[in-house]
Design a protein around this ligand. Structure first.
Ligand code: ARG
Length: 459
């Protein structure tokens, strides 16, 4: 039976019915739907729109349905969507009072409300996952304050950095993601219920009461907008897309750093996979999947943005296409963050390998140039002199730390004995004491700052 079939002579064609339905994917919203209906019914009762008996009967009926779904005694099937399913089931159980639940309500404001409740829960879950991830990043940073590694630009060794500074960089990204979700939550927490189909309702309802019962921050101020606004879901998808962008960068680093060529990190056996043909291989399937799944989440965002771009006011059935992108993106983003939290917690750092890699490749050449500018030579000239020293090293198969004071002085008389320490990686990182820099003090402060900002989300 359809909720709307009174106007029609013939039942809906089977093919059309299958095409039109959303129950197959919106049944997971049953808890939100029942919550919304309980709040709505209580309000109708308080406002004298339903009698005390009717209200009590609707409440008991809805609670019974929730219990039965929960324990598997009631299978969600045979309706157009979750809203019709629950209303039909309620009427089957309690009779006429069930038919009154939909007074002063439309499926348009009902679905908009349910979906907001569902996405709000998703925001809270994703935030929880991100908090766990930043905690692991912070503890890896704490442990690696004194480990050095090469820093890259253009994937070429650029300057040595502290490992902790590397981990802190990702903490910064995921903290921004947390802030972004936190901010989106404010706009999401606006209740459409009471907007009815599009124009509001003539019943003397009390929207403030349902708002308080459902825990929304505010009630919507325009019924036309409220029933057709899906910005909140688009914002969630954008937030999730950026989370995935950040994870994907981390995945790319992981894949490189765990390769034989880099050898900086090692993925533990229980999180690695093998090859069916090449017995020697240990593959980074998990980070590769995270990198690959980023595309799906971006796709989900674009799908929804495209759905909403052509929606004339107010509700249109296109909006039923809002849910699957969200379900897909939230499941994907949450599982990727969780997998990465495990991976990072267990990844082995090859400290010596990273240290040697940081010392190779003339990564302290900038320090040579800075040394010269410190001795009154303009930076451009210092850059040129250093370039000549690097060329000399390449031709003579030497590292900067192999050079004698005489060899330095052959390039410029400004060099003194202390150049020999200035070109070591440790001196190089510790010279970078600007806020956010690679020195021990700067990185320690960077980590403290990550921890301070994380605290807001730990409560
Ligand atoms: N299943 C619909 C959706 O997900 C519910 C709202 C239906 N409203 C309507 N006027 N047909 O959007």
């Amino acid at each position: 039976m359809k909720l709307w079939e009174g106007r029609f002579d013939k039942p809906l064609d089977k093919m059309a019915d299958d095409f039109n339905e959303s129950l197959s994917f919106d049944k997971v919203m049953w808890r939100a739907d029942i919550r919304g209906s309980l709040a709505h019914a209580a309000m109708l009762g308080n406002c004298g729109i339903l009698t005390k008996e009717e209200t009590a009967s609707v409440k008991a009926g809805l609670e019974g349905i929730a219990e039965d779904i929960e324990r598997g005694a009631l299978v969600i099937e045979g309706a157009e969507d979750i809203h019709s399913f629950i209303e039909t089931e309620l009427t089957r159980r309690i009779g006429d009072a069930g038919k009154k639940l939909h007074t002063a309500r439309s499926r348009n404001d009902q679905v908009a409300t349910d979906f907001r409740l569902v996405v709000l829960e998703g925001v809270a879950r994703l935030k929880g996952c991100l908090v766990g991830l930043v905690e692991v990043l912070a503890s890896r940073a704490r442990e690696s304050l004194d480990y050095l590694m090469p820093g890259f630009t253009h994937l070429r060794k650029a300057q040595p950095i502290r490992c902790a500074q590397y981990f802190n960089a990702y903490s910064e990204m995921f903290l921004r993601d947390l802030d972004r979700l936190d901010d989106a939550e404010k706009r999401m927490s606006v209740m459409p219920l009471g907007s009815a189909a599009l124009a509001g309702t003539s019943y003397p309802i009390d929207r403030e009461q349902t708002r308080a019962a459902l825990g929304f921050r505010e009630i919507s101020q325009n019924a036309l907008d409220a029933v057709s606004d899906r910005d909140f879901a688009a914002e969630y998808l954008f937030c999730a897309s950026l989370v995935m962008a950040h994870l994907s960068r981390l995945a790319e680093d992981t894949i490189l750093y765990t390769s034989d060529e880099f050898g900086y990190w090692e993925i533990p056996d229980e999180l690695s996979t093998g090859s069916s043909i090449m017995p020697q291989k240990k593959n980074p399937d998990l980070p590769e999947l995270v990198r690959g799944k980023t595309g799906r989440v971006y796709g989900d965002l674009i799908a929804l943005l495209t759905v909403i771009k052509g929606i004339p006011l107010a509700y249109n059935k296109d909006l039923q296409e809002d849910k699957e992108p969200y379900f897909d993106a939230s499941a994907t983003a949450e599982s990727c963050v969780k997998i990465y939290t495990e991976l990072l917690a267990r990844i082995k750092l090859n400290v010596n390998r990273m240290y040697y890699a940081a010392s190779e490749g003339f990564s302290t050449a900038t320090d040579v140039a800075n040394y010269l500018t410190g001795h009154g030579i303009p930076f451009r000239d210092a850059h040129a002199v250093t370039g000549k020293i690097v060329r000399y090293c390449i031709e003579n198969h030497k590292a900067l730390t192999d050079l004698t004071l005489e060899e330095f002085r052959a390039a410029s008389p400004a060099f003194e004995e202390d150049i020999l320490t200035a070109v070591t990686v440790r001196a190089s990182v510790d010279a970078r004491n600007s806020v956010g820099g690679a020195s021990r003090a700067a990185v320690t402060e960077g980590l403290a700052s990550v921890r301070r900002r994380l605290r807001k989300y730990l409560a």
